[in-house]
Design a protein around this ligand. Sequence first.
Ligand SMILES: [Zn+2]
Length: 601
Amino acid sequence: MKYDRAVKEAVLNYVEISDLVSQKVDLKRVGANLKGLCPFHNEKTPSFYVSDSRGTFHCFGCKANGNAIDFVMQTENMEFLEALESLADRYNIDLSPYLQNDGDSKDYSFIKLAYEMNREAGSFFHKNLFENKIALEYFEDRELNIKTIKTFGLGYALDSWDALLKHLKSKGYKEEDILKAGLASKSEKGKVYDRFRNRLVFPIFDYRSRALGFGARAFGNDTVKYLNSPESVIFQKSKILYGDRMARKGKQEKSAILVEGYMDLLQVHQAGFTNVLASMGTALTSDQANHISKRYERVLFAYDMDEAGRNAISRSIPILEQYGIAVNIVNISPAKDPDEYIKKFGGRAFAKRLEDAENSIKFKLDNIKIKYNLSDSKERYDYIVESIKYISNNCTDIEAEVYLQELSDISSISYEKILAEYKSNAGKKNKKNQKMINNKESGGYNNTIEQSLNSLPLISVYEKKLLAKACQNKDDALYIFNKTEGDFYNQDYLELFSVLMMYYARNEKFDKIAILEDLDLDSVIHLQNVVEETTESKNKEDTDYLLNLWTNEKIKIEIEKIDADIKERTFIDDDKSKIELRQLRKRRSDLLKKAYKNKEK
Ligand SMILES: [Zn+2]
């Protein structure tokens, strides 16, 4: 909602700041002002002053200062508009005259009415619960005590078509408003009836204690197990966090515990953790994340650890991280959910689990591990490759060290080998960027092969492609071997190529599983990369064409080396060097001729 600028003055004129502050701070009058212990810093002698005539507060200790709106913003972690509306609520200030005319000023009075009706309905449901033993027993059987039931205003919607309707009408509310607020529905024949019937009811409030609507669980055999208030201006599932009101009333913590359902939340709260919230769907929305970020630095996920729960967490992590919220995941096994965990093991054990919650990287790596059967050597290998890929994309080097070590422990592959693979992965990542810079600087080196493939010197790219061709077909492999004389520049590829040739001596067709037996882990990973990346990049160049490029590149490198040697010798004035110089120059010109010929092909 948007307001005129004048709204701020109106609220500030209305609110007596000493009245507002004294709800949080004991104030004593000193002359024209009031004085108390500062709520913003720790102190034993009061240096916090409030002036009603100026409508401001000021602390001489920590320099906190401002007006009534600032006070609410700072003590309750609200944004300007929230604080403004919250003050209007508390002091019954009508903001509607200040609403800017964008068509919703009419709604504003209805919104207030809807909150009121929801509150009235909530009290009605709550009263019903205590008059219907069997419904109350449901909660008691779930080990919720009376205090929790009362704190959260849990209720019961009678097994009746119009109990609530009658009740609300008796309080003076109009049928059309009750319908509009989503507390009743209308049949095709025009009959109006209660939306919630024979259900256990969980009233939903926002952090400002406004009654937004209800979540309701079937108590009988209704096929719809959970039914919520319909989506409306005030009930927007994507914005709601169940438990928010009680979390606000509790102690300010750095972390919020996030659970999936009502029962989880109630049980966790009852065990003494007031900083618990439940999202209304599976994955968190960015509205919810934004709201959480106002009050918390960290979220502790205490979700079911089944596939659905894990997926919901995975989807929520990037959303939370976008708002700068750190994420930890609580291990509640062997229990199914936090509700069950606390009933079985108690609050103290749960607190320990919160303390031991693992970070999101560890969680992600566990998710990768779950996918593979580690007693199978092929799957173990895939597991290592995927994990290393994830680590090199998501961790700092220091973090990586920890996880690589763990990976080594889990897989019984030596740390050195795992580290080497990580380095080659990390290298690719950096070189990709470098390559782009290099291309810019050199005005784009005329590279006839697409560059996406490579993080490698050009010659290695050609070798990688030749190697991939050799994997695809034995005849190609032999042809390449003859043409290159197996003289690969890249030592890794040279080694792989020799293994491949030995393999072909025994087999007709390349089989990436069978060849694993001939290789150590490092080589397997390299070879896998070669095959995969090359297939992805459409290895369509003709073998001869590639061999040609390779030869020229090889000549280029050799010439560069000769040039360096020549340069070195021009500074030494002895006979031996003169002879060597002559030889080098001869070799250089031969190579150039060869390259020239090659180009003409
Ligand atoms: Zn202070």
